[in-house]
Design a protein around this ligand. Structure first.
Ligand code: SF4
Ligand code: SF4
Ligand code: ZN
Length: 139
């Protein structure tokens, strides 16, 4: 992996999604700056996101979802189920890992897991093929 592919800690969203793997972040045109970036260019659904704007997160000492003692709110439940089924991303597990080992170590795991074996860039969780080189994604 080259240095330009390193994932910045701000790219990890409060819901546990790694925005660096999002096709909206990886594409060249109308690029989204990521959940923690400026709202300019961000899809409206991400600006209005109930998780990003969650008062419980704002009141907590962490910038990540607290998981509400495993009693997830409907928005977090839906996100968890959709991403586990469709994209092989378990946002609850991501948050638990961040809590256990810290966001930097979580990122190290992500950089390994989502590495394109052909071009050394990061693949997107939303696509079966690498957006840079077109190679089939292998996790
Ligand atoms: S579209 Fe949403 S998930 Fe994708 S990079 Fe932007 S804020 Fe992150
Ligand atoms: S599970 Fe709890 S902390 Fe997480 S987004 Fe829902 S209400 Fe907020
Ligand atoms: Zn590639």
């Amino acid at each position: 992996m080259n240095n330009s592919n390193r994932i910045n800690t701000t790219l990890i969203a409060p819901c546990g999604i790694n925005c660096a793997l999002c096709m909206a972040y990886q594409r060249e045109k109308n690029k989204c700056p990521g959940c923690n970036g400026s709202d300019e260019g961000k899809p409206k659904s991400c600006v209005r996101c109930e998780i990003k704007n969650c008062e419980k997160i704002k009141a907590s000492s962490s910038r990540f979802c607290t998981l509400c003692n495993d009693k997830l709110c409907p928005r977090m439940k839906t996100l968890h189920s959709r991403y586990s089924k469709k994209y092989d991303v378990d946002v609850v597990e991501n948050i638990k890992t961040i809590k256990a080992v810290g966001v930097r170590n979580f990122i190290k795991q992500e950089e390994k897991k989502w590495l394109c074996k052909s071009c050394g860039g990061l693949v997107s969780m939303h696509r079966d093929n690498c957006l840079r080189c077109g190679a089939k994604k292998e996790l």
